[in-house]
Design a protein around this ligand. Structure first.
Ligand code: FAD
Length: 463
Protein backbone atom coordinates (compact mmCIF):
# COMPACT_ATOMS: atom_id res chain seq x y z
CA UNK A 1 0.00 0.00 0.00
CA UNK A 2 1.36 3.47 -0.95
CA UNK A 3 1.68 5.89 1.94
CA UNK A 4 1.35 9.60 1.31
CA UNK A 5 4.20 12.00 1.92
CA UNK A 6 3.85 15.75 2.01
CA UNK A 7 6.32 16.16 -0.85
CA UNK A 8 3.77 14.60 -3.15
CA UNK A 9 2.54 16.58 -6.14
CA UNK A 10 -1.24 17.06 -6.44
CA UNK A 11 -2.62 18.21 -9.79
CA UNK A 12 -6.02 19.88 -9.43
CA UNK A 13 -7.93 20.36 -12.68
CA UNK A 14 -10.43 23.26 -12.68
CA UNK A 15 -9.80 26.50 -10.77
CA UNK A 16 -13.48 27.34 -10.17
CA UNK A 17 -14.90 27.61 -6.67
CA UNK A 18 -14.26 24.05 -5.50
CA UNK A 19 -10.82 23.65 -7.12
CA UNK A 20 -9.50 26.95 -5.78
CA UNK A 21 -10.62 26.18 -2.22
CA UNK A 22 -9.28 22.63 -2.44
CA UNK A 23 -5.91 23.80 -3.81
CA UNK A 24 -5.58 26.27 -0.97
CA UNK A 25 -6.32 23.62 1.64
CA UNK A 26 -3.93 21.08 0.10
CA UNK A 27 -1.18 23.73 0.02
CA UNK A 28 -1.91 24.53 3.67
CA UNK A 29 -1.48 20.83 4.45
CA UNK A 30 2.00 20.99 2.92
CA UNK A 31 1.51 19.38 -0.49
CA UNK A 32 3.01 20.66 -3.71
CA UNK A 33 -0.03 21.72 -5.76
CA UNK A 34 -0.61 22.63 -9.40
CA UNK A 35 -4.04 24.15 -10.05
CA UNK A 36 -4.83 24.34 -13.72
CA UNK A 37 -7.73 26.09 -15.47
CA UNK A 38 -9.21 26.18 -18.97
CA UNK A 39 -10.30 29.82 -18.84
CA UNK A 40 -8.13 32.92 -18.69
CA UNK A 41 -7.28 34.39 -15.28
CA UNK A 42 -10.52 36.09 -14.23
CA UNK A 43 -8.49 38.77 -12.45
CA UNK A 44 -7.39 39.92 -15.91
CA UNK A 45 -10.31 39.05 -18.20
CA UNK A 46 -13.95 39.76 -17.34
CA UNK A 47 -15.98 36.59 -18.04
CA UNK A 48 -19.34 36.52 -16.31
CA UNK A 49 -21.44 35.78 -19.37
CA UNK A 50 -23.44 32.60 -19.24
CA UNK A 51 -22.68 31.64 -15.63
CA UNK A 52 -24.63 32.48 -12.52
CA UNK A 53 -23.31 35.89 -11.51
CA UNK A 54 -24.17 35.72 -7.85
CA UNK A 55 -24.83 32.84 -5.51
CA UNK A 56 -26.34 32.15 -2.12
CA UNK A 57 -23.56 31.23 0.28
CA UNK A 58 -24.73 29.56 3.49
CA UNK A 59 -23.37 27.75 6.53
CA UNK A 60 -22.04 24.62 4.79
CA UNK A 61 -20.08 26.71 2.33
CA UNK A 62 -18.83 28.99 5.08
CA UNK A 63 -17.49 25.92 6.91
CA UNK A 64 -15.12 25.42 3.95
CA UNK A 65 -14.17 29.08 3.95
CA UNK A 66 -13.45 28.93 7.71
CA UNK A 67 -11.27 25.85 7.16
CA UNK A 68 -8.84 27.91 5.08
CA UNK A 69 -9.06 30.94 7.40
CA UNK A 70 -10.79 33.32 4.98
CA UNK A 71 -14.04 34.01 6.82
CA UNK A 72 -13.37 37.70 7.48
CA UNK A 73 -12.39 38.36 3.85
CA UNK A 74 -15.49 36.56 2.56
CA UNK A 75 -17.87 38.36 4.95
CA UNK A 76 -16.87 41.65 3.30
CA UNK A 77 -18.25 40.32 -0.01
CA UNK A 78 -21.56 39.09 1.46
CA UNK A 79 -25.01 40.67 1.53
CA UNK A 80 -27.20 38.92 4.13
CA UNK A 81 -30.58 37.74 2.84
CA UNK A 82 -32.89 37.15 5.81
CA UNK A 83 -35.78 35.58 3.95
CA UNK A 84 -37.80 35.24 0.78
CA UNK A 85 -39.70 38.26 -0.49
CA UNK A 86 -42.62 36.83 -2.45
CA UNK A 87 -44.14 38.98 -5.20
CA UNK A 88 -47.63 38.06 -6.44
CA UNK A 89 -49.23 38.96 -9.78
CA UNK A 90 -51.03 41.94 -8.21
CA UNK A 91 -47.62 43.30 -7.11
CA UNK A 92 -48.27 42.54 -3.41
CA UNK A 93 -45.25 41.38 -1.44
CA UNK A 94 -44.96 38.99 1.49
CA UNK A 95 -41.73 38.55 3.45
CA UNK A 96 -41.11 35.04 4.73
CA UNK A 97 -38.02 34.70 6.99
CA UNK A 98 -35.69 31.78 6.31
CA UNK A 99 -35.65 30.97 10.00
CA UNK A 100 -37.22 32.03 13.29
CA UNK A 101 -33.67 32.26 14.73
CA UNK A 102 -32.35 35.75 14.02
CA UNK A 103 -28.76 34.58 13.48
CA UNK A 104 -29.75 32.32 10.55
CA UNK A 105 -29.65 33.88 7.09
CA UNK A 106 -28.04 33.20 3.74
CA UNK A 107 -25.67 35.50 1.84
CA UNK A 108 -25.61 36.82 -1.68
CA UNK A 109 -22.08 36.81 -3.06
CA UNK A 110 -20.54 37.46 -6.48
CA UNK A 111 -19.09 34.30 -8.04
CA UNK A 112 -16.26 36.29 -9.61
CA UNK A 113 -15.34 38.17 -6.41
CA UNK A 114 -15.34 34.94 -4.42
CA UNK A 115 -13.24 33.09 -7.00
CA UNK A 116 -10.78 36.02 -7.20
CA UNK A 117 -10.48 36.11 -3.42
CA UNK A 118 -9.65 32.37 -3.36
CA UNK A 119 -7.10 32.73 -6.19
CA UNK A 120 -5.45 35.70 -4.45
CA UNK A 121 -5.18 33.63 -1.28
CA UNK A 122 -3.71 30.76 -3.33
CA UNK A 123 -0.99 33.13 -4.60
CA UNK A 124 0.25 33.46 -1.02
CA UNK A 125 1.61 29.87 -1.08
CA UNK A 126 4.95 29.23 -2.81
CA UNK A 127 4.11 25.54 -3.15
CA UNK A 128 0.92 26.28 -5.13
CA UNK A 129 1.21 27.10 -8.82
CA UNK A 130 -1.84 28.25 -10.83
CA UNK A 131 -1.89 27.92 -14.64
CA UNK A 132 -4.60 29.39 -16.89
CA UNK A 133 -5.76 28.89 -20.51
CA UNK A 134 -5.05 25.15 -20.31
CA UNK A 135 -7.93 22.90 -21.25
CA UNK A 136 -7.71 19.30 -20.08
CA UNK A 137 -8.39 16.95 -22.97
CA UNK A 138 -7.52 13.59 -21.46
CA UNK A 139 -6.44 11.93 -18.23
CA UNK A 140 -4.33 8.79 -17.97
CA UNK A 141 -6.05 7.41 -14.90
CA UNK A 142 -3.57 4.68 -14.03
CA UNK A 143 -0.51 6.90 -14.25
CA UNK A 144 -1.95 10.20 -12.96
CA UNK A 145 -0.93 12.23 -15.99
CA UNK A 146 -3.17 14.67 -17.83
CA UNK A 147 -2.97 16.32 -21.22
CA UNK A 148 -3.83 19.99 -21.75
CA UNK A 149 -4.31 22.14 -24.84
CA UNK A 150 -3.14 25.76 -24.60
CA UNK A 151 -5.96 28.16 -25.56
CA UNK A 152 -3.68 30.52 -27.50
CA UNK A 153 -0.97 28.34 -29.06
CA UNK A 154 -3.07 25.14 -29.32
CA UNK A 155 0.04 23.29 -28.19
CA UNK A 156 -0.37 20.18 -26.06
CA UNK A 157 1.45 19.48 -22.82
CA UNK A 158 1.24 16.55 -20.44
CA UNK A 159 1.58 17.05 -16.73
CA UNK A 160 2.43 14.19 -14.38
CA UNK A 161 1.51 14.13 -10.71
CA UNK A 162 1.23 11.72 -7.82
CA UNK A 163 -2.54 12.16 -7.79
CA UNK A 164 -5.10 14.15 -9.79
CA UNK A 165 -8.17 15.78 -8.28
CA UNK A 166 -10.84 16.69 -10.83
CA UNK A 167 -12.83 19.82 -9.94
CA UNK A 168 -13.65 20.79 -13.51
CA UNK A 169 -17.38 21.25 -13.05
CA UNK A 170 -20.52 19.69 -14.51
CA UNK A 171 -18.95 19.02 -17.92
CA UNK A 172 -15.84 17.45 -16.33
CA UNK A 173 -13.15 16.16 -18.68
CA UNK A 174 -11.72 14.13 -15.80
CA UNK A 175 -15.08 12.39 -15.29
CA UNK A 176 -15.28 11.80 -19.03
CA UNK A 177 -11.95 9.95 -18.93
CA UNK A 178 -13.41 7.75 -16.18
CA UNK A 179 -16.58 7.19 -18.21
CA UNK A 180 -14.54 6.18 -21.28
CA UNK A 181 -12.30 3.79 -19.35
CA UNK A 182 -12.80 0.12 -20.07
CA UNK A 183 -10.88 -0.94 -17.00
CA UNK A 184 -13.68 -0.52 -14.47
CA UNK A 185 -17.45 -0.10 -14.31
CA UNK A 186 -18.45 3.54 -14.18
CA UNK A 187 -22.12 4.43 -13.57
CA UNK A 188 -23.34 7.79 -14.75
CA UNK A 189 -26.70 9.58 -14.98
CA UNK A 190 -27.58 13.02 -16.26
CA UNK A 191 -31.15 14.33 -15.91
CA UNK A 192 -32.10 17.64 -17.44
CA UNK A 193 -35.14 19.65 -16.37
CA UNK A 194 -37.43 20.83 -19.16
CA UNK A 195 -36.68 24.34 -17.85
CA UNK A 196 -33.61 26.45 -18.61
CA UNK A 197 -32.45 29.72 -17.08
CA UNK A 198 -31.51 33.17 -18.31
CA UNK A 199 -29.94 35.98 -16.31
CA UNK A 200 -31.31 39.54 -16.38
CA UNK A 201 -30.62 42.63 -14.25
CA UNK A 202 -32.21 45.25 -12.05
CA UNK A 203 -29.57 47.97 -12.33
CA UNK A 204 -28.99 50.26 -9.32
CA UNK A 205 -31.56 53.05 -8.82
CA UNK A 206 -30.72 56.55 -10.10
CA UNK A 207 -29.34 57.50 -6.65
CA UNK A 208 -27.16 54.36 -6.62
CA UNK A 209 -29.39 52.56 -4.11
CA UNK A 210 -31.37 49.33 -4.44
CA UNK A 211 -34.63 49.32 -6.38
CA UNK A 212 -36.25 46.87 -3.97
CA UNK A 213 -35.55 45.39 -0.52
CA UNK A 214 -31.82 44.67 -0.33
CA UNK A 215 -31.69 41.97 2.37
CA UNK A 216 -33.97 39.38 0.76
CA UNK A 217 -34.01 36.76 -1.95
CA UNK A 218 -36.90 37.93 -4.15
CA UNK A 219 -39.18 35.36 -5.78
CA UNK A 220 -41.98 35.81 -8.29
CA UNK A 221 -43.54 32.29 -8.22
CA UNK A 222 -45.93 31.66 -11.10
CA UNK A 223 -46.70 27.96 -10.96
CA UNK A 224 -44.78 26.91 -14.04
CA UNK A 225 -42.30 29.76 -14.34
CA UNK A 226 -40.55 32.04 -11.90
CA UNK A 227 -38.00 34.78 -11.60
CA UNK A 228 -35.74 35.31 -8.62
CA UNK A 229 -33.47 38.24 -7.76
CA UNK A 230 -30.37 38.38 -5.53
CA UNK A 231 -28.68 41.65 -4.51
CA UNK A 232 -25.16 42.71 -5.53
CA UNK A 233 -22.84 45.07 -3.64
CA UNK A 234 -23.12 47.78 -6.34
CA UNK A 235 -26.87 48.31 -5.81
CA UNK A 236 -27.95 46.04 -8.67
CA UNK A 237 -29.77 42.69 -8.51
CA UNK A 238 -29.04 39.66 -10.64
CA UNK A 239 -32.38 38.33 -11.84
CA UNK A 240 -32.81 34.77 -13.08
CA UNK A 241 -35.73 33.65 -15.19
CA UNK A 242 -36.62 29.94 -15.05
CA UNK A 243 -38.96 28.86 -17.83
CA UNK A 244 -39.61 25.89 -20.14
CA UNK A 245 -37.42 25.55 -23.20
CA UNK A 246 -40.47 24.78 -25.36
CA UNK A 247 -43.84 23.02 -25.42
CA UNK A 248 -45.45 25.34 -22.85
CA UNK A 249 -47.73 28.38 -23.14
CA UNK A 250 -44.69 30.57 -22.36
CA UNK A 251 -41.22 29.26 -23.16
CA UNK A 252 -37.82 30.32 -24.44
CA UNK A 253 -39.05 29.15 -27.81
CA UNK A 254 -42.18 31.33 -27.75
CA UNK A 255 -40.58 34.48 -26.31
CA UNK A 256 -38.92 35.26 -29.60
CA UNK A 257 -39.68 38.94 -30.25
CA UNK A 258 -39.43 42.19 -28.24
CA UNK A 259 -43.26 42.33 -28.16
CA UNK A 260 -43.58 38.76 -26.86
CA UNK A 261 -40.93 39.36 -24.20
CA UNK A 262 -42.51 42.61 -23.00
CA UNK A 263 -46.02 41.17 -23.02
CA UNK A 264 -44.93 38.10 -21.01
CA UNK A 265 -43.04 40.03 -18.34
CA UNK A 266 -45.81 42.67 -18.01
CA UNK A 267 -48.41 39.94 -17.59
CA UNK A 268 -46.44 37.73 -15.20
CA UNK A 269 -44.13 40.04 -13.25
CA UNK A 270 -45.71 43.52 -13.44
CA UNK A 271 -43.81 45.03 -10.49
CA UNK A 272 -40.46 43.74 -11.80
CA UNK A 273 -40.76 45.33 -15.25
CA UNK A 274 -40.14 48.95 -14.15
CA UNK A 275 -36.95 47.74 -12.44
CA UNK A 276 -35.61 46.30 -15.72
CA UNK A 277 -35.05 49.25 -18.09
CA UNK A 278 -32.93 47.03 -20.37
CA UNK A 279 -35.20 43.99 -20.23
CA UNK A 280 -35.48 43.26 -23.96
CA UNK A 281 -31.80 43.95 -24.66
CA UNK A 282 -30.65 41.77 -21.72
CA UNK A 283 -33.09 39.03 -22.69
CA UNK A 284 -31.93 38.97 -26.29
CA UNK A 285 -28.22 39.13 -25.48
CA UNK A 286 -27.94 36.70 -22.57
CA UNK A 287 -27.64 32.96 -23.16
CA UNK A 288 -30.02 30.26 -21.94
CA UNK A 289 -28.37 27.82 -19.53
CA UNK A 290 -29.42 24.19 -18.96
CA UNK A 291 -30.41 22.82 -15.54
CA UNK A 292 -29.52 19.26 -14.73
CA UNK A 293 -28.54 16.69 -12.13
CA UNK A 294 -25.46 14.51 -12.54
CA UNK A 295 -24.81 11.47 -10.39
CA UNK A 296 -21.98 9.00 -10.89
CA UNK A 297 -20.00 6.24 -9.21
CA UNK A 298 -17.19 5.60 -8.38
CA UNK A 299 -15.59 9.01 -7.82
CA UNK A 300 -12.07 7.57 -7.93
CA UNK A 301 -9.95 5.54 -10.32
CA UNK A 302 -7.00 3.34 -9.32
CA UNK A 303 -6.30 5.38 -6.18
CA UNK A 304 -4.74 7.96 -8.51
CA UNK A 305 -7.65 10.18 -9.57
CA UNK A 306 -10.66 11.49 -7.66
CA UNK A 307 -13.44 13.92 -8.65
CA UNK A 308 -15.41 16.29 -6.44
CA UNK A 309 -17.66 19.36 -6.60
CA UNK A 310 -19.95 19.60 -9.64
CA UNK A 311 -17.69 17.15 -11.50
CA UNK A 312 -18.96 14.41 -9.16
CA UNK A 313 -22.45 15.70 -8.34
CA UNK A 314 -23.92 18.62 -10.29
CA UNK A 315 -27.36 19.64 -9.02
CA UNK A 316 -30.11 22.07 -10.02
CA UNK A 317 -29.76 25.43 -8.25
CA UNK A 318 -33.07 25.57 -6.36
CA UNK A 319 -31.72 24.95 -2.86
CA UNK A 320 -28.79 27.32 -3.43
CA UNK A 321 -26.50 24.46 -2.38
CA UNK A 322 -24.29 23.46 -5.35
CA UNK A 323 -21.33 25.61 -4.35
CA UNK A 324 -22.06 25.03 -0.67
CA UNK A 325 -21.98 21.27 -1.23
CA UNK A 326 -18.74 21.60 -3.21
CA UNK A 327 -17.12 23.57 -0.40
CA UNK A 328 -18.41 21.02 2.11
CA UNK A 329 -16.73 18.33 -0.05
CA UNK A 330 -13.41 20.02 0.70
CA UNK A 331 -14.14 19.91 4.45
CA UNK A 332 -15.10 16.23 4.32
CA UNK A 333 -12.04 15.42 2.15
CA UNK A 334 -9.84 17.20 4.68
CA UNK A 335 -11.40 15.24 7.57
CA UNK A 336 -10.97 12.01 5.60
CA UNK A 337 -7.29 12.81 5.11
CA UNK A 338 -6.96 13.30 8.88
CA UNK A 339 -8.56 9.91 9.56
CA UNK A 340 -7.15 7.74 6.79
CA UNK A 341 -4.22 9.68 5.35
CA UNK A 342 -1.72 7.15 6.69
CA UNK A 343 -3.40 4.36 4.70
CA UNK A 344 -2.79 5.74 1.20
CA UNK A 345 -4.78 7.72 -1.35
CA UNK A 346 -7.01 4.88 -2.51
CA UNK A 347 -8.33 4.41 1.01
CA UNK A 348 -8.85 8.18 1.38
CA UNK A 349 -10.73 8.43 -1.93
CA UNK A 350 -12.95 5.45 -1.14
CA UNK A 351 -13.76 6.63 2.38
CA UNK A 352 -14.43 10.14 1.07
CA UNK A 353 -17.00 8.86 -1.41
CA UNK A 354 -18.51 6.47 1.15
CA UNK A 355 -19.12 9.33 3.57
CA UNK A 356 -20.08 11.94 1.06
CA UNK A 357 -22.15 10.36 -1.70
CA UNK A 358 -25.31 9.65 0.35
CA UNK A 359 -25.35 13.34 1.25
CA UNK A 360 -24.74 14.67 -2.26
CA UNK A 361 -27.39 12.29 -3.65
CA UNK A 362 -29.79 13.70 -1.04
CA UNK A 363 -29.14 17.36 -1.87
CA UNK A 364 -29.58 16.55 -5.56
CA UNK A 365 -33.07 15.20 -4.82
CA UNK A 366 -33.89 18.02 -2.39
CA UNK A 367 -32.91 20.58 -5.03
CA UNK A 368 -35.40 19.11 -7.50
CA UNK A 369 -38.10 19.14 -4.74
CA UNK A 370 -37.37 22.80 -4.12
CA UNK A 371 -37.75 23.61 -7.81
CA UNK A 372 -41.44 22.70 -7.46
CA UNK A 373 -41.74 24.28 -4.02
CA UNK A 374 -40.37 27.64 -5.13
CA UNK A 375 -42.31 28.06 -8.35
CA UNK A 376 -45.60 26.51 -7.18
CA UNK A 377 -45.97 25.98 -3.46
CA UNK A 378 -44.52 29.22 -2.06
CA UNK A 379 -47.61 31.02 -3.39
CA UNK A 380 -50.01 28.47 -1.83
CA UNK A 381 -51.87 29.54 1.38
CA UNK A 382 -51.26 26.15 3.07
CA UNK A 383 -47.50 26.45 2.40
CA UNK A 384 -47.49 30.00 3.78
CA UNK A 385 -49.38 28.82 6.89
CA UNK A 386 -46.82 26.03 7.37
CA UNK A 387 -43.93 28.51 7.03
CA UNK A 388 -45.56 30.83 9.60
CA UNK A 389 -45.91 28.01 12.10
CA UNK A 390 -42.36 26.80 11.53
CA UNK A 391 -40.94 30.29 11.94
CA UNK A 392 -42.88 30.64 15.20
CA UNK A 393 -41.55 27.27 16.43
CA UNK A 394 -37.99 28.26 15.59
CA UNK A 395 -38.40 31.58 17.36
CA UNK A 396 -40.02 30.24 20.52
CA UNK A 397 -38.21 26.89 20.70
CA UNK A 398 -34.89 27.52 18.94
CA UNK A 399 -33.24 24.41 20.35
CA UNK A 400 -36.12 22.06 19.60
CA UNK A 401 -37.26 22.86 16.09
CA UNK A 402 -35.54 23.16 12.71
CA UNK A 403 -37.64 23.35 9.54
CA UNK A 404 -36.52 21.33 6.52
CA UNK A 405 -35.02 24.47 5.01
CA UNK A 406 -33.12 25.19 8.24
CA UNK A 407 -31.92 21.59 8.56
CA UNK A 408 -30.54 21.68 5.02
CA UNK A 409 -29.19 25.21 5.03
CA UNK A 410 -28.13 26.05 8.57
CA UNK A 411 -27.66 22.83 10.55
CA UNK A 412 -24.30 22.02 9.05
CA UNK A 413 -23.37 19.55 11.78
CA UNK A 414 -25.76 17.00 10.24
CA UNK A 415 -25.48 15.71 6.66
CA UNK A 416 -27.88 16.50 3.82
CA UNK A 417 -29.30 12.98 3.96
CA UNK A 418 -30.31 13.21 7.60
CA UNK A 419 -31.72 16.70 6.90
CA UNK A 420 -33.73 15.32 4.00
CA UNK A 421 -35.23 12.39 5.92
CA UNK A 422 -36.20 14.44 8.97
CA UNK A 423 -37.27 17.47 6.91
CA UNK A 424 -39.55 15.52 4.61
CA UNK A 425 -41.21 13.74 7.56
CA UNK A 426 -41.79 17.06 9.34
CA UNK A 427 -43.34 18.61 6.24
CA UNK A 428 -45.66 15.68 5.84
CA UNK A 429 -46.60 15.84 9.53
CA UNK A 430 -47.39 19.58 9.50
CA UNK A 431 -49.34 19.47 6.27
CA UNK A 432 -51.42 16.51 7.56
CA UNK A 433 -52.12 18.31 10.84
CA UNK A 434 -53.08 21.52 8.99
CA UNK A 435 -55.30 19.56 6.66
CA UNK A 436 -57.02 17.78 9.57
CA UNK A 437 -57.59 21.11 11.34
CA UNK A 438 -55.46 20.06 14.34
CA UNK A 439 -53.15 22.96 13.49
CA UNK A 440 -53.29 25.78 14.26
CA UNK A 441 -56.49 24.87 16.18
CA UNK A 442 -56.86 26.03 19.76
CA UNK A 443 -53.61 24.48 20.92
CA UNK A 444 -50.92 26.52 22.65
CA UNK A 445 -47.70 26.92 20.66
CA UNK A 446 -46.00 24.34 22.88
CA UNK A 447 -48.84 21.84 22.24
CA UNK A 448 -48.63 22.56 18.49
CA UNK A 449 -44.92 21.79 18.53
CA UNK A 450 -45.48 18.59 20.51
CA UNK A 451 -48.14 17.49 18.02
CA UNK A 452 -45.72 18.10 15.10
CA UNK A 453 -42.82 16.31 16.78
CA UNK A 454 -44.98 13.32 17.66
CA UNK A 455 -46.47 13.07 14.16
CA UNK A 456 -42.96 13.41 12.67
CA UNK A 457 -41.60 10.59 14.84
CA UNK A 458 -44.58 8.38 13.90
CA UNK A 459 -43.81 8.96 10.21
CA UNK A 460 -40.10 8.28 10.72
CA UNK A 461 -40.85 5.02 12.56
CA UNK A 462 -43.40 3.90 9.97
CA UNK A 463 -40.85 4.49 7.20
P1 FAD B 1 -17.37 25.21 -11.51
O1 FAD B 1 -17.72 26.37 -10.67
O2 FAD B 1 -18.17 24.89 -12.69
O3 FAD B 1 -15.84 25.22 -11.80
C1 FAD B 1 -15.23 24.32 -12.69
C2 FAD B 1 -13.99 24.98 -13.25
O4 FAD B 1 -13.31 24.03 -14.07
C3 FAD B 1 -14.30 26.19 -14.13
O5 FAD B 1 -13.47 27.25 -13.78
C4 FAD B 1 -14.04 25.67 -15.54
O6 FAD B 1 -13.60 26.69 -16.42
C5 FAD B 1 -12.94 24.65 -15.27
N1 FAD B 1 -12.87 23.61 -16.32
C6 FAD B 1 -13.91 23.00 -16.93
N2 FAD B 1 -13.47 22.12 -17.84
C7 FAD B 1 -12.12 22.17 -17.80
C8 FAD B 1 -11.11 21.50 -18.53
N3 FAD B 1 -11.40 20.60 -19.48
N4 FAD B 1 -9.81 21.80 -18.26
C9 FAD B 1 -9.51 22.71 -17.30
N5 FAD B 1 -10.44 23.39 -16.58
C10 FAD B 1 -11.73 23.12 -16.84
N6 FAD B 1 -24.69 27.10 -5.73
C11 FAD B 1 -24.88 27.59 -4.48
O7 FAD B 1 -24.31 27.07 -3.51
N7 FAD B 1 -25.70 28.66 -4.27
C12 FAD B 1 -26.39 29.25 -5.28
O8 FAD B 1 -27.14 30.21 -5.05
C13 FAD B 1 -26.23 28.74 -6.60
N8 FAD B 1 -26.88 29.31 -7.64
C14 FAD B 1 -26.70 28.82 -8.89
C15 FAD B 1 -27.45 29.37 -9.94
C16 FAD B 1 -27.33 28.86 -11.22
C17 FAD B 1 -28.15 29.46 -12.32
C18 FAD B 1 -26.46 27.77 -11.45
C19 FAD B 1 -26.31 27.20 -12.84
C20 FAD B 1 -25.71 27.21 -10.42
C21 FAD B 1 -25.85 27.72 -9.13
N9 FAD B 1 -25.14 27.16 -8.04
C22 FAD B 1 -25.33 27.65 -6.79
C23 FAD B 1 -24.26 26.00 -8.25
C24 FAD B 1 -22.81 26.41 -8.34
O9 FAD B 1 -22.63 27.34 -9.39
C25 FAD B 1 -21.93 25.18 -8.57
O10 FAD B 1 -22.33 24.12 -7.75
C26 FAD B 1 -20.47 25.50 -8.29
O11 FAD B 1 -20.02 26.47 -9.19
C27 FAD B 1 -19.62 24.23 -8.39
O12 FAD B 1 -18.27 24.55 -8.27
P2 FAD B 1 -17.17 23.69 -9.02
O13 FAD B 1 -15.89 24.36 -8.73
O14 FAD B 1 -17.36 22.27 -8.71
O15 FAD B 1 -17.52 23.86 -10.57
Amino acid sequence: MTKMSKQEHILIIGAGLCGSLLALRMAQRGYKVTLIERRPDLREVHQDAGRSINLALSDRGLKGIKLVGLEDRVRELCIPMNGRMLHDKESNTLFSPYSGRTDEFINSISRTDLNIMLLNAADEYDTLQVLFNQSCSDVDLKNATATFVDYHTKEEQTIAADIILGTDGAGSAVRKSMYMSRDFLFSFSQDYLGHGYKELTFPPAEDGGYRTEKNALHIWPRGRDMIIALPNLDGSFTVTLFIDYEDAPDSFASLNSPEAITEYFTRQFPDAVPMMPDLVKDYEENPVGPLGTIKCHPWNAFGKVCIMGDAAHAIVPFYGQGMNASFEDVVVFDETLDKFGDQGWEKVFKEFEKTRKPDTDAIADLAVDNFHEMKEHTAHPMFQEKRKLETAFEKEFPEEYYSKYSLVTFKEEIGYREAMIRGRAQNKAILNLLDDGVLPGTLSRKQQLEAVLKATNDILHDD
